[in-house]
Design a protein around this ligand. Sequence first.
Ligand code: SAM
Ligand code: SF4
Length: 333
Amino acid sequence: MSETSNHIFDRFGRKHDYLRISLTERCNLRCFYCMPEEGVQLRDKAEFMTPDELLSIAKTFVDLGVKKIRLTGGEPLIKKDAELIIRELGKLPVELSITTNAVIVDRFIDVFKEAGIKAVNVSLDSLEEDSFNAISRRNYFKEIKDNIQLLLENDFKVKINVVVIRDVNDHEINDFVRWSKTENVHIRFIEFMPFDGNSWKSEKTISFKEILDQVNSEFGVNGYAKLQGEPNDTSRNFELKNGAGTFGIISSITNPFCDSCNRIRLTADGKIKNCLFSEDESDLLSLYRNGEDIEPIIRKVFMLKQKERGGLAAFSNEDVAGHKNRNMTSIGG
Ligand code: SAM
Ligand code: SF4
């Protein structure tokens, strides 16, 4: 069998070779758009993948052509066995990366290096301490800023994820863009997305166009250049003239990138989702624990993948209200 025929395809010919694994649903922050204030409901430890189960399931995906694995959560670094899992995944023939809030990144610099991690995505929704602490309902702004600096000093490629929400942090768009002029950071503005319990309303989403309009108002249309994208890029990226870093926009709401989607999501409790917005998920962990071959169910799940947005008709308030999904922290963003 050729390598290509072994890959995970869907009905629309999309090849899925990028696995995002959530290490935990729990988090040391409480970003209001992601997590309920009281945190997630505690569940029995036995409901979650052990490190051995996670590694074995990840290997099956690698055998099916996965080339890239990203660890996420919840906050992946607060998982008890995070170090072991990162080191073991680092031995697989994949590009390994992580998305983190960076609160405790300083404890992992050597682990990241030894596992071959080259790029780290850090979430930071405001450059103003009070505002960031209000959004995240915790007080770790200084630790996060210091840890971003530490990552840069250690030559990691650092992307900064900024969820832009109307009347919350939309006045800071150009502050972030200016940061990318002087520092080698790659800012990624993310349109605010709907998940269960996050009080999303379409009016709160700041669109791709609005973000660029703001950039134009300070830097002018000739003040920056569009960068050439990679085939599965989710962001459209730009660079200020003589910028040290870049900025980009992930417009899942106003311009979904479903056509080139290559993502597989594995939740901390061992379910796979074929789309961030899908209502359905399949219990891989139970099958695995029963000693069953998980490959056929993986293929079946992807054959059922919807063309766009997990079957959500549109991102209108009405359509979203009638759609079921987990919250972001339990899916793995
Ligand atoms: N705790 C880690 C972090 O914050 O980077 C990893 C998990 S977090 C769920 C992954 C990403 O999802 C973060 O960049 C976060 O900003 C983003 N995210 C969470 N909820 C979102 C929402 N409702 N809309 C858009 N992005 C969201
Ligand atoms: Fe935690 Fe990340 Fe969600 Fe914020 S976005 S609550 S840091 S999982």
